[in-house]
Ligand binder design. Structure first.
Ligand SMILES: Cc1cc2nc3c(=O)[nH]c(=O)nc-3n(C[C@H](O)[C@H](O)[C@H](O)COP(=O)(O)O)c2cc1C
Length: 438
């Protein structure tokens, strides 16, 4: 008999109501006409809550560029804070993680909005910190700052947000009716932050939120991304299609955490996984083929080009492999570029295969199988030290979300790797993270 696991996986789900697999909205029953309305996304979120998943996660592509290239799976249709605020009112337990960009926003606004979501949800808020790679023209930039520059700003940004979250002590509110004092002024502090990018006086306009510091997720895996993540993140989202590399990435991050005096168990590494599920392997393969058949190859050519730093692919036949010399080796192009570059250089994928691969999972791991075989593989990654859990990407909706929540997660529950009831009330509770005091 298999021994009982000693730890559980952290599980979140990256909600894209149009489906993660590109063009899966064409599948019958997709309910694409209801995007971006509340009822549909609330139904998807409630499925995840019924499966006792830690959190729903909303990315944010704050520009129309993917849609104009024919990619309508983009997650920019659901502005995260408005969506999650509505979902806070429709749910009771599940965590609510939303993306806000450190390149586009002001730290004072982000601190307020995420803390506001934490108040409104009773301590279920998380902020996915991204530096963004597109859409800068919408925010007054003429060109995209270099990654190193974006991460420098992001590092300062996160520092300001955290200082603001701590600017009210947990015991600052005394609500002393008799003497008419609502707060103890000695427990509310200005932060007087002066940095290279930001000058923020503080304090926050209102009390500390239930989690004290809402959960910070960092989605970026390059050198500077890891540097920032290991300094401030409670969880890391990362695209890791290869188990060996995922183990190296995991070990490196945990080493960095220890080096910075942080508890390595308090930063969860959550690679994305896109499961294509069938009751039998044959059924799953048929579903994968069906989803693949929806992919528009001409749009795919443009999307591959965009994923590979704009390389001109117009002259390439679908059955050709992109010549290696067309692809830059510049490490500044970021971790996802490197994932796609390896597909060409190491795996010699043809343009057609690359289009389908990218359509499936945008560089994340995808897996075709039964709930049992997919759970086997997830457990293998988890036990091998490749991750602390996963960010589940539903390939098509609502059917794929239903399969994940009603077939795959229960399989993990049966084997003791996923919870069957929420034990705590906050997202920090779900992830097993302590609450920082101020
Ligand atoms: C699961 C996941 C979700 C992401 N979501 C967003 C997003 O919503 N908006 C965004 O601008 N970038 C998003 N990113 C991209 C990262 O912020 C980052 O730009 C990208 O991973 C490249 O940075 P890196 O080279 O440091 O890894 C996401 C990345 C991952 C792994």
């Amino acid at each position: 008999m298999a021994t009982k696991p000693t730890r559980r996986m952290a599980l979140t789900t990256f909600v894209i109501p149009a489906g993660h697999h590109k063009d899966s909205w064409r599948k019958e029953g997709s309910r694409i006409e209801e995007v971006p309305g509340l009822e549909y996304v609330a139904e998807l979120t409630l499925m995840a809550e019924a499966a006792k998943i830690d959190a729903v996660f909303f990315g944010d592509i704050a520009n129309a560029n993917p849609t104009l290239r024919g990619d309508i799976k983009t997650n920019g249709y659901f502005e995260p804070i408005s969506t999650l605020s509505a979902l806070a009112a429709r749910t009771t337990s599940i965590g609510l993680i939303g993306t806000m960009s450190t390149s586009f926003e002001s730290p004072y606004t982000v601190a307020r909005q995420i803390a506001g979501l934490d108040h409104m949800s009773g301590g279920r808020a998380g902020w996915n910190l991204v530096t963004s790679f597109d859409g800068f023209q919408n925010y007054g930039f003429e060109s995209i700052p270099e990654p190193a520059e974006r991460y420098r700003r992001a590092t300062e940004f996160a520092e300001v947000v955290r200082q603001l979250w701590d600017s009210w002590g947990d015991d600052a509110v005394i609500a002393d009716r008799e003497n008419g004092n609502f707060i103890d002024p000695s427990k509310v502090r200005k932060i007087n932050f002066q940095g290279e990018y930001f000058s923020v006086e503080g304090p926050m306009p209102g009390p500390r939120s239930p989690q004290g510091q809402p959960v910070i997720v960092q989605a970026g895996s390059s050198g500077p991304g890891l540097e920032l993540g290991s300094s401030v993140a409670d969880a890391i989202y990362t695209a890791q299609p290869d188990k060996g590399r995922a183990i190296e990435f995991y070990a490196e991050l945990k080493r960095m955490l220890v080096g910075k005096g942080r508890n390595p168990e308090h930063t969860k590494v959550l690679p994305g996984i896109l499961p294509i599920i069938g009751e039998t392997l044959k059924e799953a393969e048929e579903l994968a083929a069906e989803l693949g058949s929806y992919v528009n190859l001409e749009h795919g050519r443009q999307q591959v080009s965009a994923g590979l730093a704009g390389v001109d692919l117009s002259s390439l036949d679908y059955d050709e492999v992109i010549p290696v010399e067309w692809l830059s080796e510049d490490p500044a192009l970021g971790s996802r570029y490197q994932v796609f570059r390896r597909r060409v250089v190491d795996q010699k994928m043809t343009l057609r295969d690359l289009i389908v691969d990218m359509a499936r999972s945008a560089g994340h791991q995808w897996i075709i199988g039964t709930p049992q075989t997919i759970a086997d593989s997830m457990i293998e990654w988890f036990e091998a030290g490749a991750c602390d859990g996963f960010n589940l990407n539903s390939p098509y909706n609502p059917g794929g979300m239903k399969q994940m929540c009603e077939l795959l997660v229960p399989e993990l529950q049966n084997r003791g790797y996923a919870r069957t009831e929420y034990e705590g009330t906050t997202l920090r509770d779900h992830l097993g993270l302590p609450r920082p005091t101020a």
